[in-house]
Structures are given as structure tokens and as C-alpha cells.
Design a protein around this ligand. Structure first.
Ligand code: PGA
Length: 250
């Protein structure tokens, strides 16, 4: 447990702009100090170059992407490859976010392939898993998250210890409804057990919680034994809120 350094990653989703990004990064750089956890921001891909420049000369805040292509390169209009992300200093890539599974029809196999591409390029994938409200109500939470993670394990084998997992119950994303610390910890423990069956390094793997984590509820969630950080949406767009969550990960 203790050997895992927490990670707080901001998922900006399709928000921001040149001026807003600059103001936000300035506030984050000014307030972050020397965090005892890892911190990352994941802007939309067109702003990665801007963010690389804005984050230059400091080590506290790393750069992340919100997605990565499952292909290495070639005729895939609109896709961005892992190697291209690497060119811009990207350290993390969110993979299989529920919004992409839902709106872009990403399958478990595509997500697993994206993980492979990211790892091959030296980028740490943040692999999102999570159940919908109806799946939870049917008692399928464990089945769903295990199925989603299983695809990633199967395709990536021992490399699995290099990933970050994010448990994001779909019903908690952007809704203001958070899983209780106990509910979240229970699912994190399931995922940890699944990782242990796949790798001896499972205790190194960070499992983040995401879904309406905010300045007020972060400390309690982050105090759970298997919650190793947060994937933050809405609260990542407000510097004071995001910095409060970073401080709570101490
Ligand atoms: P939220 O989003 O914090 O706004 O709920 C989290 C996410 O989708 O990663």
C-alpha cells in the first residue's frame, strides 16, 4: 500500500481554449508546490503542444492525453498515435473512458489494444473501467469491471503492472453522485485481487477513483487502502479545487 505514490489526474474533457488553459496552468503551477503525489493534466489533443510549453521547466505536473489510437500509424483520419503523443512529452494517456466507450463505441478489445500502443511508446495508460447505473442495480458491477480489466490483462500480459487503472462508476461521472468510500473501496479491492492473479507486481499498480470526486469528498475517498488517487473531471477545471484534491492525496 505504502509503496504506491498517489496520482491525481485532471481530465479536462472537451473544455478549455488557449487563454483559459494558460490561466489554469498558471494557477496550478503557482499553487502546486512540491506535491507528495504525482499530478497530471489531460487537455484536448490540439492543446498538447501548448500545454507542453506551459508546463516546461517544472516537474510537479505531468502531461496526459485523453485518448490514443489503437493503430500505430497510417490511414486513420482523425486518430493520434502513441508515438505522436510521445513527441509532445505526454506521460499518461486515459484509455477507455466511459464517454468513449459510450459515444465512440469503443470495445474492450479496442481499449486493450490502445493500452498496448501506449505501453509500447513508453506512455502510462490510465485504463478506465466502471459500471452503468442499470448494471449496478442488476448486481453486475463486479462482473462488468472484471470483464473490462480482463481484456486488458489478456492482451498485455506481464506489462499489466505498468498500467494505472481508474474505477469510474458511470453513474457518478459528472452527476455529483459519488460512490461512498466504502462502495468504491469494495470495487477497488476486487480489481486489486484480479491484478494479483495476473502479476506478482499487482501491489505496485495504482487504482484511481473517478466520478464526481471534488475538494470536499477527496480526502475520505483517498484514505481508503486501495484508492491510490483520483481521475478528476469537473473539479479539474477550477485550480483551487484541483489543488485541494492534490493536497488531500498527501
Ligand atoms: P467528473 O468526471 O469528475 O466530472 O465526474 C470524472 C471523469 O469522467 O473522469
Amino acid at each position: 500500500m505504502s509503496e504506491r505514490r498517489k496520482l491525481v489526474a485532471g481530465n479536462w474533457k472537451m473544455n478549455g481554449g488557449l487563454a483559459a488553459n494558460q490561466a489554469l496552468v498558471q494557477a496550478l503551477r503557482g499553487g502546486v508546490g512540491q506535491p507528495v503525489c504525482d499530478v497530471a493534466v489531460c487537455p484536448p489533443p490540439v492543446y498538447l503542444a501548448q500545454l507542453q510549453q506551459l508546463l516546461a521547466g517544472q516537474a510537479a505536473i505531468a502531461l496526459g492525453a485523453q485518448d490514443v489510437s489503437q493503430h500505430e500509424g497510417g490511414a486513420f483520419t482523425g486518430d493520434v498515435s502513441a508515438a505522436m503523443l510521445k513527441d509532445f512529452g505526454v506521460r499518461y494517456a486515459i484509455v477507455g473512458h466511459s464517454e468513449r466507450r459510450q459515444y465512440q463505441g469503443e470495445t474492450d478489445l479496442q481499449v486493450a489494444t490502445k493500452v498496448k500502443r501506449a505501453l509500447a511508446a513508453g506512455i502510462t495508460p490510465i485504463v478506465c473501467v466502471g459500471e452503468t447505473l442499470s448494471e449496478r442495480e442488476q448486481g453486475l458491477t463486479e462482473f462488468i469491471v472484471r470483464r473490462q480489466l480482463s481484456a486488458v490483462i489478456q492482451l498485455n500480459g506481464p506489462c499489466i503492472s505498468e498500467i494505472v487503472v481508474a474505477y469510474e462508476p458511470v453513474w457518478a461521472i459528472g452527476t455529483g453522485k459519488t460512490a461512498t468510500p466504502t462502495e468504491a473501496q469494495a470495487v477497488h479491492a476486487v480489481l486489486r485481487t484480479q491484478l494479483r492473479a495476473a502479476t506478482e507486481q499487482a501491489d505496485r499498480v495504482r487504482i484511481l477513483y473517478g466520478g464526481s470526486m471534488n475538494a470536499a469528498n477527496a480526502a475520505e475517498l483517498l484514505a481508503q487502502p486501495d484508492i491510490d488517487g483520483g481521475l478528476i473531471g469537473g473539479a479539474a477545471l477550477k485550480a483551487p479545487d484541483f489543488l485541494t484534491i492534490v493536497a488531500a492525496a498527501a
